[in-house]
Design a protein around this ligand. Structure first.
Ligand code: UDP
Length: 425
């Protein structure tokens, strides 16, 4: 295998031994073709992680293809219901008629036999709603199901729905240990924590001058303190609490501004539009609350600037499977004020590299503390950056991802079961 330049760039960050272990694993699955199936081209965590992973795996001679199954309005409605039940634990049962309609719709989502476009050696089905695919299309084998939502406290009827179809998968993968349906899946349950690419426009170093220009373009005064939450406009991201915290902070620090950043890639995303309108009402025309949803204004460079040059970063999600936005902000030396949702709980070490609290009052205290004690903010930000370097960069995700491929491929595994840790600085 030739060297992969995109991977070699990481040597300074992860060390020679870890890098070599990745090559060993990659050799054992070299030439394999993988098809990833999900429901969105752009936007959101799945698109983000595939975008980061596949250029490197191409380099490693593991071919990746993508197939996007676009949901129609009825399927979208069904999906929203299931996510509310699985993620929010909302009571009730799934109406049989809706279930059957969705299955009928899914049945025409793929061909009965794979064409060249779908042909692969291993299939990944992302998103919980697509779980019936492996049953409906027996050629999707071997298959791995990848659940990206926060299933810490699911509704039992929704779990039954998932359980009915999970048997068709060799492995069921979750973003963090808290969301695994352990009692049901046994050894087939795996955790693959996600990682970010530090070399992209969104995450690479950005000078203060350019950062300032970006903030000005977004209508923000770079000379005044700024609290930011980067998240899709979605009920589970809880933008309302971010506003509540900002309002309490503003009573004591009148200069403060708030940015809620959720570029809407799909202009017809009705759910996001509804939430945005609701949040607009909640903001009551406050000129210091910036709702940034236009993708022409909020591009990757602006996200970088907002995460890097805000005074304090919030992530108030009531449910969060992982939260790449947390990882991205931590990489940019920001201690994040998160919640007890499973994603923030996985990444943030309370009091060391960020804070965890669900309460508005307490989160306000932490925000004020970080705004006022910039030495502490800087010290915790250093810890946050180092934590991401050791645990949540692409190479860590990649080595676990290669292990998944190895374990379902039937190839002889490399002798690198324990990839080792990335050494501390
Ligand atoms: N994102 C973005 N622009 C925005 C809002 C979000 O590029 O205006 C990106 C964000 O930087 C992150 C991803 O979308 O990489 C969101 O992933 P996350 O895991 O935080 O949440 P999800 O949307 O998957 O629930």
């Amino acid at each position: 295998m030739e060297n992969a330049p995109l991977l070699d760039r990481y040597v300074e960050l992860i060390g020679e031994t870890f890098l070599e272990n990745i090559y060993k694993k990659a050799r054992s699955v070299e030439g394999i073709r993988v098809l990833h199936i999900n429901t969105t081209h752009r936007g959101g965590g799945v698109a983000e992680l595939l975008g980061a992973l596949t250029p490197i795996t191409d380099n490693l001679n593991i071919q990746h293809k993508r197939k996007v199954i676009q949901l129609d309005p009825d399927s979208n409605h069904f999906t929203t219901r299931i996510v509310d039940m699985l993620q929010g634990g909302i009571a009730g049962t799934i109406p049989e008629k809706e279930k059957q309609n969705f299955l009928r719709w899914l049945q025409q989502a793929l061909p009965q036999q794979p064409t060249e476009e779908e042909n692969a050696d291993i299939y990944f089905i992302h998103d919980f709603q697509l779980i019936p695919l492996a049953r409906l299309f027996p050629w999707l084998q071997p298959t791995i199901w990848f659940c990206h939502i926060d299933t810490d406290k699911p509704n039992p009827d929704a779990v039954d729905y998932i359980m009915e179809y999970q048997r068709d998968y060799q492995l069921c993968v979750f973003n963090n240990p808290f969301t695994v349906f352990k009692q049901h899946l046994g050894d087939r349950a795996q955790v693959l924590t996600l990682g970010i690419d530090p070399f992209t426009e969104k995450n690479a170093a950005l000078s203060a001058d350019v950062g300032e220009e970006c903030l000005i373009r977004c209508g923000i005064d770079p000379k005044r303190p700024l609290i930011t939450q980067v998240a899709r406009f979605d009920r589970w991201k809880n933008p309302w609490q971010a506003i509540d915290i900002y309002r309490r902070v503003k009573r004591e620090e009148p200069e403060v501004q708030l940015a809620l950043v959720g570029a809407m890639e799909a202009a017809d995303d009705i759910n996001a539009l509804n939430i945005l309108h609701d949040v607009q009402k909640y903001a009551q025309g406050d000129p210091d609350i910036h709702l940034l949803s236009d993708p022409k204004v909020v591009r990757h460079r602006e996200v970088n600037a907002l995460q890097r040059y805000s005074s304090v970063i919030l992530q108030r999600s009531t449910k969060e499977g992982f939260g790449l936005t947390i990882t991205e902000a931590m990489w940019k030396y920001q201690p994040v004020i998160g919640t007890t949702a499973t994603g923030p709980r996985t990444q943030i070490i309370h009091g060391t590299n960020g804070y965890i609290s669900d309460e508005t009052e307490e989160a306000t205290e932490y925000t004020l503390h970080l705004l006022r004690d910039r030495d502490k903010w800087e010290e915790m930000g250093q810890q946050a950056h180092e934590h991401v370097r050791q645990h949540y960069l692409i190479p860590t995700m990649l080595i676990h991802y290669l292990s998944l491929l190895e374990s379902v491929s039937g190839r002889t595994p490399s002798q690198t079961d324990n990839p080792g840790a990335i050494p501390a600085d």
